[in-house]
Design a protein around this ligand. Structure first.
Ligand code: NAP
Ligand code: GLV
Length: 311
């Protein structure tokens, strides 16, 4: 049988992945060009943002292993065979990278480091009032692989951390909240919101005027999940009128962020190029290989996507 690597990688990245996967699974046959083999031999696909239609008609596919944690694009492609098991990337190395990014963003907002950077550009000397970490309330939306790692790292740093999830969750030293009705009251007592939700029909556009209005004046947003969680016009309006103080945005509805987008030059927006937690080929190839081995041994693969929930 054959494993198809279907990605939007450039040729160097594609070669690196093929080398790492082949080294981890020396007995497997990999192809990155579907035309190179008979479709009937392809039973596993390892994918990273494949072009829509890349998996269409693969009748013998048994596993789609995503190299991305978020599978919203994959699930949005109607040509992905509906009966096939999808596993997503769950890699402690990615969770650790996400926790680092969230810590940097929260620390920078709490201590005013984005303001100091702007002051430096204006040659303006102005120390800000210094708050303690335990005076800052942070809400982490999504308490999955990423959200939990982030919440625990922020709590270890001394922040007052709450978390929000679909189902009840327990996490030491984190105040957890569940369900739509709890979101408004949670946001009302939050200084910094960190978004780590998956993009689903229930979460698309969740960060909108209603959400921003629920947050106290002077609160800030850190979006590390997906651009389509945010209604951009509402966020810009909330920043422009000073209701929200700052937004750290790693992800955007259109990526790369178009050159003429207002976010680029907005004084209260910090833009990252979807780099909060990149898939690390060294560790992620091993995660993908382990799932392939499970399938070959007739065991269920890990980190399965629940298509009904959409994540
Ligand atoms: P995950 O393990 O599937 O966790 C998702 C969390 O969101 C779970 O706690 C889930 O609740 C919660 N949730 C889902 N729908 C909800 C709803 N309607 N209301 C309240 N809570 C809801 O996902 P993950 O691995 O942490 O990744 C999260 C997202 O991060 C990914 O989907 C991706 O979009 C993004 N991401 C971004 C980058 C980057 O570089 N920027 C890198 C990796 C991932 P339950 O626990 O109750 O199911
Ligand atoms: C990155 O955004 C991912 O979902 O892995």
């Amino acid at each position: 049988m054959t494993i198809l690597l279907a990605t939007d990688f450039d040729s160097a990245e594609q070669r690196l992945w093929l080398e790492l996967l082949q080294a981890a699974l020396p007995d497997e046959r990999f192809v990155s060009d579907r035309q190179a083999v008979d479709d009937a031999t392809i039973d596993i696909a390892i994918v990273a943002n494949p072009p829509p239609g890349a998996l269409r008609g693969l009748a013998n596919l048994r596993l789609i292993q995503s190299l991305w944690a978020g599978v919203d694009k994959l699930l949005g492609d109607p040509s992905v065979p509906p009966q096939v098991t999808i596993a997503r990337m769950v890699d402690p190395a990615m969770n650790a990278a996400m926790a680092e990014t969230a810590l940097w963003a929260v620390l920078s907002l709490h201590r005013g480091f984005f303001t100091y950077a702007a002051q430096q550009r204006a040659r303006h000397w102005q120390p800000l009032v210094q708050r303690r970490a335990d005076e800052v309330a942070v809400a982490v939306l999504g308490l999955g692989q990423m959200g939990r790692a982030v919440a625990l790292r922020l709590a270890a740093q001394g922040y007052r951390v709450s978390g929000w999830s679909a189902r009840p969750a327990e996490l030491a030293s984190i105040h957890t909240h569940t369900g739509d009705d709890s979101l408004g009251p949670l946001l009302a007592r939050t200084d910094l919101v960190v978004n780590l939700l998956p993009l689903t029909p229930a979460t698309r556009g969740l960060l909108c005027a209603r959400t921003f209005d629920a947050m106290p004046r002077g609160a800030s947003l850190v979006n590390l999940a997906r651009g389509a969680h945010v209604v951009d016009a509402d966020l810009l309006a909330a920043l422009d009128r000073g209701h929200l103080q700052h937004a750290v945005l790693d992800v955007f509805a259109t990526e790369p962020l178009p050159a003429d987008h207002r976010y680029w030059l907005h004084p209260n927006v910090t833009v990252l190029p979807h780099a909060a937690a990149q898939t690390d080929a060294r560790s992620a190839a091993a995660v993908a290989a382990a799932n392939v081995r499970r399938v070959r041994f007739g065991e269920p693969p890990q980190s399965l996507v629940d298509r009904r929930r959409g994540y």
